[in-house]
Design a protein around this ligand. Structure first.
Ligand SMILES: [Fe+2]
Ligand SMILES: [Fe+2]
Length: 327
């Protein structure tokens, strides 16, 4: 069922408490997730994104219980990946001529997956906008490589909502939808996990994009994500955090990941951990056997690596192992 975001904007998606992996077997999920779709009911009725294909029928049933599908003036596909576009084929069977706003790469993604070049695509670029009545409009912002070439965000004036799609999201089930209602420890861990495992390779581009978003000086009251909690309590805190994470982020932590056949490497890993603790007592040390540990979690810990140039120094004999992380 729909849930209120603000004024005439509603959440209408799938909170999936049972999802345990994502991107095939690539991303391990421990606290559920969600696919967040949004319905705007101003003078124009607008649907932003949909849900993953297995939830299509449930999603369409919910949508049809709220509105007559024929009342949808247009659809915005912020991102073509199947977790957001999965219900489009079923929806477009019912309202085949409805305009779909997306980027040029978005058209390639959607046509490539669903083979419907006849869908009524409206290609948009950063700065393009569309009126939705009541003095409000939607402005499009390309978010290339956050995290796919087609990714974009949509900003709603008047209500000051940034529909950010994958950016700033988490694989985390939050029934109450908002960051101030979520368990803060889990929220931040899941937000970092998402960044470390999905976005980190694109950090230089993300840094530039954050600078671009800041330079637009848009008042932002809510960042409505496509996964997990949306940010309404100090929404810019996650933008600032992304900026920090995008710049060679480091904590004073060393993560040791090992694999072993006969425990030899295991002993070595633990010996390294002991030595680090001796040499640098303030440094956090974590040791994982990668054969048995959630790799998504391990990569989040690796993301918190200790500063590259920092030397762990102490009173050690000459022949003792030297730990000097290389840049
Ligand atoms: Fe995605
Ligand atoms: Fe996604």
């Amino acid at each position: 069922m729909k849930k209120l975001i603000k004024n005439n904007v509603y959440w209408l998606g799938k909170i999936d408490w049972e999802l345990d992996k994502f991107h095939g077997d690539d991303y391990i999920i421990q606290h559920g997730s969600s696919q967040n779709s949004y319905l705007i009911k101003e003078e124009k009725t607008v649907l932003i994104d949909t849900v993953w294909r297995p939830h299509s029928t449930e999603f369409l049933d919910n949508l049809e219980s709220e509105i007559d599908l024929k009342d949808i003036d247009f659809i915005i596909a912020n991102h073509g990946e199947v977790d957001h576009s999965g219900a489009l084929p079923q929806l477009m069977e019912k309202i085949p001529n409805t305009p779909i706003y997306c980027t040029e790469f978005g058209v390639k993604s959607l046509v490539g997956q669903y083979h419907h070049p006849e869908w009524n695509f409206r290609v948009v670029k950063t700065g393009d906008s569309v009126d939705i009545g009541n003095g409000k409009k939607l402005i499009f912002i390309e978010m290339k490589m956050m995290h796919w070439p087609d990714s974009m965000a949509t900003y709603m004036t008047g209500d000051n909502i940034l529909f950010s799609n994958d950016a700033f999201g988490q694989h985390f089930a939050v029934e109450e939808l908002f960051n101030d209602k979520a368990d803060q420890c889990l929220l931040w861990n899941e937000a970092m996990k998402y960044y470390a495992n999905i976005l980190n390779p694109f950090s230089p581009l993300i840094k530039k994009k954050i600078e671009e978003i800041r330079s637009l000086n848009l008042p932002i009251d809510i960042i409505a994500t496509s996964h997990g909690a949306s940010w309404r309590d100090n929404p810019m805190q996650i933008v600032d955090k992304y900026y920090e994470w995008s710049q060679n982020y480091q904590e004073d932590q060393i993560t040791i990941a090992y694999d072993t056949m006969w425990d030899g490497t295991k002993h070595l890993a633990h010996r390294i951990a002991q030595e680090v603790a001796k040499i640098s007592p303030t440094t956090k040390v974590k040791v994982f056997n990668i054969s048995v540990t959630d790799k998504t979690e391990v990569m989040t810990e690796v993301f918190k690596r200790t500063p590259h140039k920092r030397k762990l120094q102490g009173n050690r004999p000459r022949n003792q192992m030297q730990l000097e992380p290389k840049s």
